[in-house]
Ligand binder design. Structure first.
Ligand SMILES: NC(=O)c1ccc[n+]([C@@H]2O[C@H](COP(=O)([O-])OP(=O)(O)OC[C@H]3O[C@@H](n4cnc5c(N)ncnc54)[C@H](OP(=O)(O)O)[C@@H]3O)[C@@H](O)[C@H]2O)c1
Length: 477
């Protein structure tokens, strides 16, 4: 079995071949599909984390995979089951052995790749916001390090819980607005913009010199959530400042919480799965590494900018099979009669498609609609949208692609768009938004020349919010 091994503190990982060992009765063996990289992986490698392994050790804490073997006392799991885990180390390996209480079932709606990119950061962020921050709809939150793994998860979660999100970051404002940030500032500019306005929460993943400035921005009664120190410097607050401002400073140690209370981690995970399944939170921007490239992922992570997450695809086969599994949820109609029998039914939802500026520019060129709000990024930044927006007809034109993901009719040789009724654009689609579609079969009837006429009621969503509705008419032969 191939794995990475770090021989001593701060050493680079090297490839190694490890022998498979037999399972203890309460353990299970997991073939790893993907491994997410997180900041603590670097701290552990450098010997700077609160828990350190005995060297040599295999790095990598966050993973998803498939159970391949069960210890004789293990209950509640099956071979072939999709699972995820969040450990301190051991996952940059083709397989991992864990006690059953350290392994978590994965919801059907989440792909293996998504689990290895989301569960660590979203669990940390949700624990911070919900358990420690007691977030409430309508509050204003400032997030330091909003473009990082935990920070970008916190932006999405706070936004979806109805908070106003002020992101502080070196990353691109468009990307952060795509995650749901209402205001985006740099570390140099946020103090002047935010001080004197109401601020209920600060979530700090960075530490360093911005920390005291952020604390000074908090309103009386506010909470400062200490999550991490990505800048490398642990800030020191004067206690009289905390007293005079009448605020509280709260430590967030999710790793310890999830180990002490695995059932509470399951509750957090359930909420994350639900938010994900309804499209309210999404996998962040990910940089993927092939398994063969994994030796450089830790050193590259230290230079990471503008991408929330690094992910190593340990088994491309498992990831591909998982993709097919999620796609094969497509509705398949084998005959016109099956279609006629499904009138009034929901046909399902497509995966998300991200709307990039390149797509908008290409659509503007193809349709000769070069209105500035679509293509002039600088001018669009000054508008209430804060970025360019897609043409409404671009959303509509993605319909055939979405429908191809929702259902399949192998008996159809060609389809013709017959028309579109009752189109309403309900909200703008900003650049970098991710859109998906749901479809319901409203009407179907035989048409001339052995064709089939269909009317579909479709809704397009950005993050669970409807942005367009329409009725699509087509004739199939
Ligand atoms: N308390 C817990 O339970 C818990 C759990 C997980 C992680 N953590 C800690 O939280 C912190 C963030 O973790 P993460 O996984 O989100 O890391 P990450 O993905 O590397 O994000 C850290 C972010 O901090 C910002 N940053 C600002 N100045 C920086 C500097 N000088 N060097 C590096 N980053 C800088 C960057 O965001 P911008 O580009 O937006 O500025 C960066 O993306 C780490 O200290 C980690 O140990 C704590």
């Amino acid at each position: 079995m191939k794995a990475l091994l770090i021989g001593a503190k701060a050493e680079a990982p090297k490839w190694t071949e490890l022998d498979q060992r037999p399972l203890a009765p309460n353990e299970l063996r997991i073939q790893i599909a993907a491994c997410g990289i997180n900041f603590p992986d670097i701290l552990i490698q450098e010997g700077k984390y609160q828990f350190l392994p005995t060297f040599p050790y295999t790095p990598g804490g966050e993973f998803s995979g498939i159970i391949t073997e069960l210890g004789e006392e293990v209950q509640g799991f099956t071979i072939g089951q999709r699972v995820y885990g969040i450990e301190r180390w051991g996952a940059l390996s083709e397989e991992i052995i864990l006690k059953a209480d350290r392994v978590f079932s994965l919801a059907d709606s989440m792909r293996l790749e998504e689990a290895a990119s989301m569960m660590y950061n979203f669990s940390t962020a949700l624990y911070a916001l919900k358990h420690k921050g007691k977030m409430k709809q309508g509050q204003r939150i400032l997030i330091l390090g909003a473009g990082g793994g935990v920070g970008s998860a916190a932006v999405q979660l706070a936004h979806t819980h109805g908070l106003k999100v002020i992101a502080v970051s070196r990353s691109s404002p468009e990307v952060l607005r795509g995650y749901g940030a209402d205001e985006v500032y740099t570390y140099d500019s946020f103090k002047d913009k935010v001080k004197g306005t109401p601020l209920d929460l600060v979530l700090d993943t960075v530490g360093g010199s911005s920390a005291e400035e952020a604390l000074r921005c908090l309103s009386p009664g506010g909470r400062y959530l200490v999550v991490g120190f990505a800048a490398g410097e642990v800030p020191v607050f004067p206690l009289n400042l905390i007293l005079l401002k009448d605020v509280s400073v709260t430590g967030v140690f999710w790793g310890s919480f999830s180990r002490k209370f695995p059932y509470k981690q399951e509750e957090l995970a359930r909420e994350i799965f639900q938010l994900h399944a309804s499209g309210k939170i999404q996998m962040p921007k990910v940089k993927r590494y092939a398994w063969e490239e994994a030796v450089s992922v830790l050193s590259d992570f230290k230079q990471k900018r503008g991408v929330a997450k690094y992910l190593v695809v340990v088994s491309p086969r498992l990831i591909a099979e998982d993709q097919v599994r999620s796609v094969s949820k497509k509705r398949i109609f084998l005959s016109p009669e099956e279609v006629l029998a499904s009138i009034g039914m929901e046909l399902g939802e497509s995966p998300f498609i991200e709307i990039t500026q390149e797509m908008i520019d290409d659509f503007a060129d193809a349709t000769l609609d070069h209105q500035w709000i679509h293509i002039d990024e600088e001018a669009a930044r000054q508008t209430p949208f804060g970025s360019t927006i897609a043409h409404g007809f671009l959303t509509l034109s993605l319909s055939p692609k979405f429908l191809e993901e929702i259902y399949e009719m192998p008996f159809v040789k060609s389809g013709i768009n017959y028309g579109v009724d009752k189109v309403r654009f309900l909200a703008p689609v900003k650049v970098n938004d991710r859109i998906k579609m749901s479809a319901r079969l409203l009407e179907a009837e035989p048409s001339r020349n052995k064709g089939l006429k269909m009317r579909l009621g479709v809704t397009y969503f950005v993050e669970g919010k409807p942005i367009c509705v329409a009725e699509l008419l087509s004739v199939l032969y």
